[in-house]
Design a protein around this ligand. Structure first.
Ligand SMILES: *Cc1c(COP(=O)(O)O)cnc(C)c1O
Length: 429
C-alpha cells in the first residue's frame, strides 16, 4: 500500500503541531508506523491522502453512527452556514436539540450544551461539588472522562496506549481528591461508601466502559452504584459521551433502567461536529449560572452549525428500526470475527453491547482494567497493521472500541470478515 503522501504530511505536521497530531490517540504510537492523513469520507468508507480506501470502524471515535457525510446532515449544515455560523445569542435550534435530548434520556429534565465531552464532564463535576459542598469524587480505573485535571487519573486507553504514568502538570492536592476503584467491583464500592460516603460529591462512571476497550457492566453493578450514592447524598454521574444514543435512543440508562442524577453527553449528539452536553433534574441543574452560583460558560456553546448537525443526527436515529439494524449487523460482524479467530487458532475474548465492540487478545474474562491489560499487545500491533493493509480501518490500540454504523452494508461486512480472516493468519505468523 502506498503511503508516501501521508508520510510526507506527517513529517510536515511534526514541524508545526506537537507530535504531528491534535489528539494523542491519533498518532499510531501503540501500533508502530505513522498515522494516515484522511482526505474524505463517504458512508462507511474513508480515503487517505494516497488514495487508499478503507472500511471505517473508528467512526471518528464514536460520533459517526450514520457514517461520513450523511446527505441530510451535510444539507442542514450547509443551509445553516449561509445563515451565519455563530451569534453568541440564543437560537431556537438550541431549544430543539435540548428538547430532543430531554425527551430521549430518562434522567434529563434540563440540559446545558457545551462543545466537547471534556467540557461536559468537568462542568458536571463542578456542579456536583457546588451542589453537595463536598470535594472528593470517585471514578473507576480504565474509565476515561476527558482530560480535565480531576478526571485524568487512571484514565484508560489514551494514557494506557502511550504507557504514560500519572500525568505531570496536575496539582497533587487536586488529584488526591479523586478516588479510584476497580470497574465492576461491587465490594470495593460498598466498602468505600460505608467509610467515606458522606464526603463524596459524586461518583462518575461510564455505564458501559468504552475507553479501555468495551467492558460491559456486570449484572447488578450499576444498581449498586445507584443505591450507595443515594444513601450518601452523593450524585451519580453517568458519562454517556460514548453510550448516549449509541446503545439505545436514550443511552445506557435506558438500556439498563438505572437513572443517574447527572448525565454527560458528547460525540453522537454533535452529528460529527463539536457538541457536548450535561443534564439532569432541573432542581440540580438550576445551581448552574445564571440561575445558580456554579459558573460555566462558552463562547461557541450551542453553536448553530454544530447544533443543527446534532438535531439531524437525532432525527435519523429516531427512525424506526435503526437500533435493531445496528444490533443485527454488529452481531453478524462479531460472530464472523469469532469464527475467524477459531479458524486461525488465535486466543481472543469478545465484548459487545449493541454497536460497540472489542476483541481482546487474551483468554481472560473481561471485567476490569486488570483483565484487559492481560491482552497480547504485540499480537494486536501485527493484527492492526495487517488489517490496515487489507483496507480495514480500526482504532490503533488494543484498548479501544470498534463502532458499527447504520450505513455499513452487508457487502462491507462480508469484505471485512474476509479481510479479517487473512489478517489474523498473517498476524499470528
Ligand atoms: C470521548 C470521551 C470523553 C471526552 O470527550 P471529548 O469530546 O473528546 O472531550 C469523555 N468521556 C467519554 C466516556 C468519552 O468516550
Amino acid at each position: 500500500m502506498k503511503r508516501t503522501r501521508s508520510e510526507s504530511l506527517f513529517q510536515t505536521a511534526q514541524q508545526y503541531i506537537p507530535g504531528g497530531v491534535n489528539s494523542p490517540v491519533r498518532a499510531f504510537k501503540a501500533v508502530g508506523g505513522n498515522p494516515l492523513f484522511i482526505v474524505k469520507g463517504k458512508g462507511a468508507r474513508i480515503t487517505d491522502a494516497d488514495g487508499n480506501e478503507f472500511i471505517d470502524y473508528v467512526a471518528s471515535w464514536g460520533p459517526l453512527i450514520f457514517g461520513h457525510a450523511h446527505p441530510q446532515i451535510v444539507e442542514a449544515v450547509s443551509t445553516q452556514a449561509q445563515l451565519g455560523t455563530s451569534f453568541g445569542a440564543p437560537t431556537e435550534l438550541e431549544i430543539e436539540l435540548a428538547q430532543k435530548v430531554a425527551e430521549a434520556v430518562p434522567s434529563i429534565e434540563t440540559v446545558r450544551l457545551v462543545s466537547s465531552g471534556t467540557e461536559a464532564t468537568l462542568s458536571a463535576l463542578r456542579l456536583a461539588r457546588g451542589f453537595t459542598g463536598r470535594d472528593k469524587i470517585v471514578k473507576f480505573e480504565g474509565c476515561y472522562h476527558g482530560h480535565s485535571d480531576s478526571l485524568l487519573v487512571k484514565a484508560g486507553s489514551g494514557v494506557l496506549s502511550l504507557g504514560l504514568p500519572d500525568c505531570p502538570g496536575i496539582v497533587n492536592d487536586l488529584a488526591k481528591k479523586t478516588l479510584t476503584l476497580p470497574y465492576n467491583d461491587i465490594n470495593a464500592v460498598e466498602e468505600l461508601f460505608s467509610s467515606l460516603g458522606k464526603e463524596i460529591a459524586c461518583l462518575i462512571v461510564e455505564p458501559i466502559a468504552g475507553n479501555m476497550g468495551v467492558v460491559p457492566p456486570q449484572p447488578g453493578f450499576l444498581e449498586v452504584l445507584r443505591k450507595v450514592t443515594a444513601r450518601s447524598g452523593t450524585l451519580l454521574i453517568f458519562d454517556e459521551v460514548i453510550t448516549g444514543f449509541r446503545v439505545a435512543f436514550g443511552g445506557a440508562q435506558k438500556l439498563y433502567g438505572v437513572s443517574p442524577d447527572l448525565t454527560c453527553l458528547g460525540k453522537i449528539i454533535g452529528g460529527g461536529l463539536p457538541v457536548g452536553a450535561y443534564g439532569g433534574k432541573k432542581e440540580i441543574m438550576d445551581h448552574i449560572a445564571p440561575t445558580g452560583a456554579v459558573y460555566q460558560a462558552g463562547t461557541l456553546s450551542g453553536n448553530p452549525l454544530a447544533v443543527t448537525a446534532g438535531i439531524e443526527m437525532l432525527n435519523l436515529l429516531s427512525q424506526p428500526g435503526v437500533y435493531d439494524d445496528l444490533e443485527k449487523k454488529s452481531e453478524r460482524l462479531c460472530h464472523g470475527f469469532k469464527e475467524n479467530v477459531k479458524q486461525a487458532g488465535v486466543t481472543a475474548t469478545f465484548t459487545r453491547v449493541g454497536s460497540m465492540f472489542s476483541m481482546f487478545f487474551t483468554d481472560q474474562e473481561i471485567v476490569s482494567f486488570e483483565s484487559v491489560k492481560t491482552s497480547d499487545t504485540h499480537l494486536f500491533k501485527r493484527y492492526f497493521n495487517a488489517m490496515l493493509e487489507e483496507g480495514i480501518y480500526i482504532a490503533p490500540s488494543q484498548f479501544e472500541a470498534g463502532f458499527m454504523s447504520a450505513v455499513h452494508t452487508d457487502e462491507d461486512i462480508d469484505a471485512t470478515l474476509a479481510a479479517q480472516g487473512r489478517a489474523l493468519k498473517k498476524a499470528r505468523g
